[in-house]
Design a protein around this ligand. Structure first.
Ligand code: ZN
Length: 130
């Protein structure tokens, strides 16, 4: 249910932004999705549709842009993108230390790609007062 709580959080944030802008209907929500969130985009979209039911977000298009994860190595000082081992299932990879692609050390820390961020919302604004 990892994706469902993430979807609820996206819906809450988007609803707040929409309300403060007097939006009557949200049409598009753009999200940057970090690799190390281990969220599956298809699952996130599916759960977003459920979580947005009966809100002004219902029927909105969730557009996901994938962001690469970034690691810093404590041993050799490497900083940059890292590949998640494809042999490790995502639910385990969340807790597994990721190896430095340069020296192979497991003494690494995640410095990017841990979050999902709403970058932009497209909405219809109530202009009855204009
Ligand atoms: Zn290293």
């Amino acid at each position: 249910m990892h994706e469902f709580s993430a979807a609820c959080s996206i819906v809450d944030t988007a609803l707040e932004a929409a309300k403060s802008n007097n939006a009557t209907r949200v049409t598009v929500v753009n999200v940057e999705l970090g690799e190390f969130t281990f969220l599956i985009p298809e699952q996130l979209i599916f759960n977003f549709e459920i979580a947005s039911k009966n809100t002004i977000l219902e029927g909105a298009d969730l557009r996901i842009q994938n962001i690469k994860g970034r690691l810093a190595c404590n041993d050799c000082g490497f900083q940059g993108e890292s590949k998640v081992d494809p042999d490790i299932p995502p639910q385990i990879a969340v807790f597994a230390p990721m190896k430095c692609p340069k020296c192979g050390s497991s003494s690494t820390r995640i410095i990017g790609g841990k979050d999902f961020i709403i970058t932009n919302i497209e909405a219809e604004i109530n202009q009855s007062n204009a």
